[in-house]
Every structure is written in structure tokens, then in C-alpha cells.
Design a protein around this ligand. Sequence first.
Ligand code: NAD
Ligand code: TYD
Length: 398
Amino acid sequence: MKTLIITGGAGFIGSHVVRLFVNKYPEYRIINLDKLTYAGNLANLKDIEDKPNYKFVKMDICDFDAFYKLMQDEKVTGIIHLAAESHVDRSIKDPFTFAQTNVMGTLSLLQAAKLYWESLPEKYEGKRFYHISTDEVYGALEMTHPEGIPAPFTTKASTASHTVGGGTSAAHPAYGEKFFTEDLKYQPHSPYSASKASSDHFVRAFHDTYGLPTIVTNCSNNYGPYQFPEKLIPLFINNIRHRKPLPVYGKGENVRDWLYVEDHARAIDVIFHNGKIAETYNIGGFNEWKNIDIIKVVIQTVDRLLGRVKLETSETGETIETYPDMDLITYVTDRAGHDLRYAIDSRKLQRELGWEPSLQFEEGIERTVRWYLDNEAWMDNVTSGDYQKYYENMYANR
Ligand code: NAD
Ligand code: TYD
């Protein structure tokens, strides 16, 4: 029987991974291990918390002794490691916490897994340590084509409706000729990406030195339900809802490659089961957007769903739709060390394991905005901090 620990399962991506594994594999035992920091919220898993194959354990990944004991007690066969400090802006303010959790926490899990699995008669057979990382470790790509050029690859989910230079492109745009491939040198710029890069190196070192059966994946920006509203898309949806300013860093020209979170969870499932030990796979959305373009799509979608769109008559007598909340866009001082462009080449995963995004971006963003508007209570709860007070009380004496 497989007993898996998913770390960071109460966070944004982790909760989607836990949900997928608990529902899809009733024969596995799934242990969600999470410290419940400000970013961890058990309300993300209400729909599966009573399933017999699910268990929650509140633990810090830096607590080596507790984790080693848990592995022994539960006879753990696999680890999917998502727990991390994950927000670049926070890492700029407080780099120590990022080094502690992302580097030392990962090292603590690796060492415990190594010692426990090596103590078993079958040792590493049937075992797997899967580390989830970010494309940000590769640093920033140049934007050689700010006007956009057709991307050299497409998927079933690719759309061409994304506007480039005022017109509509024939194929999904790219804003440069280079992409992140798995063999690229690591060049992290933020304390967050530096800490993730360091943890990736430790994971590979544990394979190369001790033979630990590891896999690493580096994924692009995720979006979707249950994302903590300090990240661009949920923050802006919430601000638009309350008609609060939308702080656009710099000129809003930075490019990110966006992937719907459930597609990431599906990739993790495929790679956990079929990926090759010691390999790295890049996971991307084949979906580059300038921040300012994505922000406009988010405003249009929120305004449409909230019935705020206004109809006006143009000088030529045509009826045109206007979006009043475009006025909320506020350009602010740029983020320090702000990476210009991220763009993943995910063709290795597409070719070798048959994964590609399933959801078109237009559909994904519509679903996402709708979810946040339909789940105001979730949003109000996490932004008010009530849920953290609840955890403080609930776990005060444990
Ligand atoms: P998140 O911040 O939403 O969730 C992180 C989770 O980890 C939370 O539940 C938190 O309570 C938990 N955690 C933090 N410190 C812990 C500790 N010391 N011990 C135990 N649990 C702890 O993050 P996310 O966006 O879901 O990201 C998950 C993983 O995916 C991270 O490793 C991140 O680097 C990676 N990633 C994220 C993105 C993205 O766009 N969000 C993209 C690529 C990779
Ligand atoms: P973010 O969601 O923080 O993800 P990451 O920094 O890991 O890519 O930010 C996405 C992009 O949006 C990034 O280029 C920074 C920008 N951004 C803003 O312009 N304003 C904001 O308030 C935030 C949170 C982000």
C-alpha cells in the first residue's frame, strides 16, 4: 500500500494536489503535513477532510525528529514536497524565514527520508521523493520582442485570441526567442528564488550522493481558486470587488507564463507516477502574458460578472462597452530585482509523459474570477485574519 505525505497541503497548490490524490486514489493513504502558516488554510480542503484515506498532521518541516518519527509510524513510501514560503515580496522583507523553511526544511525532509528508507530491508525500492519547485530559479529572460511573436509551440489548450501589439496574433504570443529549458543554468535573483534554487540543489545532491529516488519539477506561475490574496490575480480580484487601487509594479510590462492550478496538480500526478528518477521536468502553461494585459482581462471579467460594464456610444454611433474599474490601475514603484520575463519550454514533459495544459486561459480566468466572487466568505475570512486566530486557539495547547 502507498502511504504518501504531501507537505504544504493546506496551501494553494498543495490543496489541489491533496484533493486530486485523495479522490483519485482511494487505495492510497494521504497525509497532509502542514504548519498552517498565514498561507495554510484547512478551509481549502473542507470537501475531502472526512474521507477515510485522508489525514491532517500539523507539523513544521524543519522539525526533523517529529518528521522522522512520522515516517516510521506511518510507514511512508512517498513524499510530495510543496511546503514553502512562496511570496517574492515577503522574501524581500524577510529572507531568513525563506532560507529556514525552504532550505533547512527541505534538507530536514531529505535526511529523514534517507535515514528511514535506508533502514528498511527493501531500502529505496518503490520509494519516491518529489520536490516541487519554481521556474524562478532560472532567473529572468530577455524581452527581445515586446510587440509579441508567435510562440514556437502550441497545445490543445492554446488560444490565439490574446492581443498582440493592438491586433490579434495568428498564434499564441511569445515576448522573446529564449525559453526556460531543463538544462539552463540556475540564476535566481530574489531571496525566494535563491532559497528554492538552493533546495533544488540539495534534492539533487541527495540523489547523487546517497541514491535517494528524487524528482524535481519547476513550474511557472499558477492561478486558480484558493490562492492567498497577496499574489497578483486574487489580490486584484478582491481589490476590484472593493473598488480599491490596483498596484501595478513598474510599467506592468513584466511577463509571466500562467498555468491553471488544476493542470499543475494533474502534472504532479503524472510525474509522481511515471516520471524518471533523478530527472527534472519543467511545467508551464505555454501561455505568456504581460502583467498589464492580464490585469485588463481580470478587470473586464470582474466588471462583467458583477454587472458593472457600461454601454456608451462612440463618435461614429457605435455602442461600445466600457469597464469603469480600469480607473483603479495605479502604477507604483517597481519591485526590487523584478524579473522581466518568465517563459517555460514544457515540451520535454509533453513529449515524454504526454502532459499538456487542458484548460484554455480564457476559460481558466473566467472560472477563477467566478470562484472568488462566489466564495466571498473564504476571501473575507483570509483577509480579515480570523482564520489564523482560529488556528491559534485550536492548536494552542498541542
Ligand atoms: P502557498 O504559500 O499557498 O502554500 C504554502 C504552504 O506551505 C502553506 O499551507 C503553509 O502553511 C505551508 N508551510 C509553510 N512553511 C511551512 C513549514 N515550515 N512547515 C510546514 N508547512 C509549511 O504556496 P503555493 O503557491 O501553494 O506553492 C506551493 C509550492 O509550489 C511551493 O514550494 C512553491 O515554491 C511552488 N510553486 C508555486 C508556484 C505558484 O505560482 N504559486 C509556481 C511554481 C512553484
Ligand atoms: P506574483 O503573483 O507575486 O508572482 P511572482 O512574483 O512569483 O511572479 O506577481 C506576478 C507579477 O505581478 C509579478 O511580475 C509582480 C506583479 N505584481 C504587481 O504588479 N502588483 C502586485 O500587487 C503584485 C502582488 C504583483
